[in-house]
Write a protein that binds this ligand. Structure first.
Ligand code: GLV
Ligand code: MN
Ligand code: MN
Length: 437
């Protein structure tokens, strides 16, 4: 119904949007488990996904490579085909959580490709790199943002030493990947990268509630992840009286409920235990050891950190009462991140030019943008997310909103030279006056 409507520039945004969504459907079939969407870091499913995305990038006029961190990178050169021009990166991630939806991350990469397609071969004064990051969700190594960390040179030895559930260290997996792809390029971003733009479904209900197709992200909430081990004593389920038990799962359960109640009391605080293992794991054995993940988020870092301390102390207190030893390991702390004011202003203009009143938002979800923002001016545009359910097969998006995002993206490309100009001006202003030396 929508296809075929061209705007005054002749760009068929609706058809390009429909294609971007069709591609999300194709990639949904690149999965580790038939019947659901699960695609983790460096998996065969990710290889299949790359095969498709590579073809779409090449057909759009990009030169394509994979890098040492398993990121897929398509470069659309500037009008002069010069290596030394500024470039804009448009990116998101291609990995998923287990049993995921089809748009989280993926749609951002498909929109990057669609933006290049919407240029119909026209080259700009700057280069554009579209990147599909290899891991944002942290499923395989319990560490999120592997692809974007490598992109900014912050994939560090302790990260590389982490092991997956099969005992494979990250550095070994990456070495194997590089041997299988002898043409891998460096994972570092190009030194002339001057901006980063990420489109993403909102993963929440705010835009839908406001009746807006798009939103502009101002801040991304910080997050902490920890692992708790509750160690009790396994025993016979039929012969161990209740008062003599040291049940690790009962202790963990008491702790979980305490964390839930405390989080409900603090506006904006969210805390989740999404992974739990119980050993020895038989119906007729009292649980001896339980491991629980903990994910805590808030827009205010001080509130998040205080909450984490409180949750860890609560675990010790509950363990003390039940003769359960508790081991706590904070695995990851990511501070809240403010995105670049200059690029936010460009995104505002781009969204307005696409006919949507720009609304600023805080993202409760983590994004590659929050990692990249430490080194590259970064902006993020959210798309309305009907139903607001994410990390779930019911993720949804409207084709007309994807077309609006595409329109905003093309306006962003029009305005990006203003940002480059400001960058140049700042550099000149900060240069010491050579005559005075
Ligand atoms: C990423 O999707 C996250 O926020 O966990
Ligand atoms: Mn996600
Ligand atoms: Mn995501």
């Amino acid at each position: 119904m929508l296809a075929g409507r061209r705007d005054q520039t002749g760009t068929d945004f609706d058809a390009l949007a429909a294609t971007a969504l069709d591609r999300c459907d194709v990639l949904a079939r690149c999965t580790e488990h038939e019947g659901q969407i699960t695609r983790t870091f460096l998996s065969p499913a990710m290889e299949k996904c790359h095969e498709h995305v590579r073809v779409w990038m090449e057909d759009a006029g990009m030169s394509v490579s994979v890098d040492r961190a398993g990121n897929l990178r398509g470069y659309y050169a500037d009008a002069d085909r010069s290596e030394n021009v500024p470039r804009l990166v448009i990116a998101s991630h291609l990995d998923t959580v287990p049993h995921a939806g089809r748009y989280d991350g993926i749609l951002g990469v498909m929109l990057g490709i669609a933006m290049i397609e919407a240029l119909y071969g026209r080259r700009l004064s700057f280069g554009i790199e579209v990147v599909g990051f290899s891991d944002e969700e942290g499923v395989r190594y319990g560490l999120p943002f592997i692809g974007s960390r490598a992109f900014i040179g912050k994939l560090l030895p302790p990260h590389l030493a982490r092991r997956d559930a099969n005992g494979v260290a990250m550095f070994a997996a990456l070495d194997r990947y590089a041997s299988a792809h002898p043409d891998v390029v460096s994972a570092a971003h190009h030194p002339h990268t001057r901006g980063y733009l990420e489109f993403h479904i909102e993963q929440g209900p705010v835009l839908e509630h406001a009746g807006l197709a798009l939103g502009v992200v101002e801040t991304i909430a910080g997050q902490s992840r920890a692992m708790l081990t509750f160690r009790g004593r396994a025993g016979h389920a039929g012969t161990t009286p209740m008062f003599l038990r040291r049940d690790a799962l009962a202790a963990a359960a008491e702790w979980l409920v305490a964390v839930e109640s405390a989080s409900r009391m603090m506006p904006g605080l969210v805390a989740t235990t999404g992974r739990i293992s119980c050993e020895p794991g038989a119906a007729n054995v009292v649980p001896g050891e339980v491991r629980c993940s903990l994910d805590v988020r808030h827009g205010d870092d001080a509130i998040r950190q205080a909450a984490v301390r409180n949750f860890l102390d609560t675990a010790i207190a509950i363990g003390g009462r039940r003769e359960i030893e508790v081991e706590r390991l904070v695995e990851y702390e990511q501070a809240a991140v403010d995105l670049d004011a200059g690029l936010i202003a460009l995104a505002d203009k781009a969204v307005s030019s696409a006919g949507v009143s720009p609304r600023h938002m805080t993202s409760g979800a983590g994004h590659d943008a929050m990692i990249v923002a430490s080194q590259i001016p970064t902006a993020m545009i959210f798309l309305r997310h009907p139903g607001g359910i994410s990390h779930h097969p019911d993720e949804a998006v409207l084709v007309e909103d994807v077309a609006s995002a595409l329109r905003a993206g093309l306006h962003f490309l029009d305005y990006f030279p203003e940002h480059l100009q400001n960058h140049l001006q700042r550099l000149t202003e900060s240069e010491p006056d050579s005559c005075t030396t």
